[in-house]
Design a protein. Structure first.
Length: 43
């Protein structure tokens, strides 16, 4: 499924999501420490 179909690309263009672009297909987004720790501890 292409990114455009779920609105992700539009959010990037409109600046609604703060991401770091690494190349054409790979972007990362900052996450809060608490969110990461909760996801890790669920396992």
């Amino acid at each position: 499924m292409p990114n455009e179909s779920c609105g992700v690309a539009k959010d990037h263009i409109d600046g609604k999501r703060e991401t770091t672009r690494h190349d054409r297909f790979f972007r990362t987004e900052k996450l809060e420490r608490g969110t990461v720790m909760k996801a890790i501890q669920k396992k």
